[in-house]
Design a protein around this ligand. Structure first.
Ligand SMILES: NC(=O)C1=CN([C@@H]2O[C@H](COP(=O)(O)OP(=O)(O)OC[C@H]3O[C@@H](n4cnc5c(N)ncnc54)[C@H](OP(=O)(O)O)[C@@H]3O)[C@@H](O)[C@H]2O)[C@H](O)CC1
Ligand SMILES: [K+]
Length: 491
């Protein structure tokens, strides 16, 4: 993979534009297909040197073309190869037709494929061109291969995985390895497509990086490259007041733990000072559990207004364990012109009337980050959630545009989107992160970044990445407490 394209995500539509631009610039498109198919055959031999037979399943487009090239290369190398085609191979066009006619092997109809022990399937049925549910014939073949436990190497994408959305169109192969070309597609990262890809190899077939970068949108993988320049400005040796002061709001006496998790995570993630703002009746419960985190009585809006006169308290987390209702709404609206992570109950409190919140976010000049998981997203953005055709990325982008906030759409494939459309997809979170209190820790890390002066998008993306790394370090038996202890330094 080209280093400059390491974090770039390209949608199938953008990839088509890139292919067209490559052809227009005089690059031989058949040479690209040859390069793609040869890379697949190399991966097959590398991963399955003991295969008794390579079974190449070829579709009606250029993905199928890559398959014919791979089949020819494997046969040239002396491997046993069988080719099965979906549809009429004589109807292939362009480069795919050329690849088929250069392939010396007999082509059988797809339905004739019967899995055998020792088979390795090379899935070249559909790639970036998949636009609708797989034909029934392809679905039946997938079922047979899966019943036969045949390992599958996918060309570009496992057939059935939608490259734009990661959704499964009717059925899909579950590959052990996927070879894609030039750059990752959203479908490689978004669930459930991600888990159908197996290991992912991004192979450079020779399209100049400039042609790719110029046509790729504002979508990236979430790595330190997306926000590192903002993080490196934070010197850990800086005086505590310069590392910001984070305020975290506690719920009532029976639900104080979530806010304390956010607060301790905020401290661990580098906020200079953290104060837990507690209602009167929860002061005792909070006081008995806090050491480095400070405690302040904030019962109603008057207390909050008085506290907000201290401009050094420059970022807030509102929501974890806070309770849904008017108090959350009033507090959030007062905090909108500062830097605010609105999480959990904080967001749900605006379910019935979000207009004022979104207007404030647009006009106040503050930094608002909202962190919905799927259920909260559907409550706050029902009309966007109901748009079945949109990908998770497109939903997060639409929500960020509508709310004028940075939206962190959480899940195993968390998407962070800014109102500008800029978005990153995260891929470093282990499944064990789906544990009680994990979201509270994430909100605290975000709050710490905001307190340290990071812009909202970068603060959120960096927090999601650090949270994922903390999850990896904490390992399988983690609790939210051990997760806090494992938050890594900012790179
Ligand atoms: N630069 C590169 O990355 C290169 C990629 N290559 C490979 O090319 C494919 C993309 O090829 P494309 O021909 O655009 O698309 P597919 O092969 O995935 O699909 C073929 C056509 O099938 C039709 N289609 C779509 N969905 C279905 C369906 N469910 N059932 C039946 N038919 C379907 C569709 O045509 P329609 O007109 O019928 O809509 C597709 O166009 C990419 O994945 C790479 O593997 C090049 O080899 C090298 C350069
Ligand atoms: K495929």
């Amino acid at each position: 993979m080209l280093e400059v394209l390491r974090d770039v995500l390209v949608t199938p539509t953008e990839m088509t534009a890139i292919d067209n631009a490559a052809a227009a610039s005089g690059i031989d498109s058949f040479a690209l297909m040859r390069s793609a198919g040869t890379a697949v055959s190399a991966a097959a031999l590398r991963l399955f040197p003991e295969a008794l037979r390579f079974v190449v399943l070829c579709g009606p487009g250029n993905n199928g073309g890559d398959g014919y090239v791979a089949a020819s290369a494997l046969a040239d190398g002396g491997a046993a190869v069988a080719v099965f085609a979906l549809g009429n191979p004589e109807a292939l066009k362009g480069d795919a037709a050329r690849a088929k006619s250069a392939c010396p092997l007999t082509v059988q109809p797809l339905e004739a494929y019967e899995p055998k022990l020792g088979d390795v399937v090379i899935d070249a049925l559909f790639g970036a061109g998949l636009t609708r549910d797989l034909p029934a014939e392809a679905q039946r073949t997938i079922a047979r291969a899966s019943e036969g436990h045949v390992p599958v190497i996918a060309v570009d994408l496992p057939s059935g995985v939608d490259g734009r959305t990661g959704e499964i169109r009717g059925a899909s192969f579950a590959a052990v390895h996927t070879v894609t070309f030039m750059a990752r597609k959203p479908g490689h990262l978004l669930m459930p497509g991600r888990v159908r890809c197996g290991t992912l190899e991004v192979f450079d077939i020779g399209i100049p990086a400039r042609l790719v970068s110029e046509r790729a949108g504002d979508l990236r993988l979430n790595t330190p490259a997306a926000w590192g320049s903002h993080a490196s400005a934070l010197d850990p040796a800086t005086h505590k007041y310069r590392r910001g002061h984070l305020g975290v709001f506690s719920g009532g006496p029976r639900s104080t733990g979530a806010a304390r998790l956010s607060a301790t995570a905020g401290l661990a993630a580098g906020a200079g000072l953290v104060t837990l703002a507690s209602p009167t009746e929860a002061l005792a419960a909070n006081a008995s559990h806090l050491t480095a985190v400070m405690l302040r009585e904030i019962h109603g809006t008057e207390d909050l207004a008085a506290w907000l006169k201290d401009k050094r308290v420059n970022a807030f987390v509102l929501g974890p364990g806070f309770g849904v209702g008017k108090k959350a709404r009033d507090f959030a609206l007062m905090l909108c012109d500062r830097a605010l992570v609105l999480d959990a109950d904080g967001m749900t409190s605006f379910e019935k009337d979000r207009t004022e919140l979104f207007e404030r976010a647009a006009s106040s000049g503050g930094r608002l980050v909202m962190t919905p998981h799927e259920g909260e997203f559907a409550r706050l953005f029902p009309e966007i959630a109901a748009e079945a055709a949109l990908s998770k990325i497109e939903k997060a982008q639409a929500a960020a545009r509508l709310s004028h906030a940075v939206v962190v759409y959480k899940g195993p494939d968390t998407v962070v989107a800014a109102p500008s459309g800029h978005a990153v997809v995260n891929d470093n979170a282990p499944p064990s992160l789906a544990t009680a209190g994990s979201g509270d820790v994430l909100a605290g890390i975000m709050g710490a970044h905001l307190a340290q002066g990071m812009p909202a998008f970068e603060a959120a993306a960096a927090a999601v990445w650090r949270h994922g790394e903390a999850g990896r370090r904490a390992g399988r038996g983690m609790t939210a407490e051990t997760l806090v202890e494992c938050i890594p330094p900012l790179p």
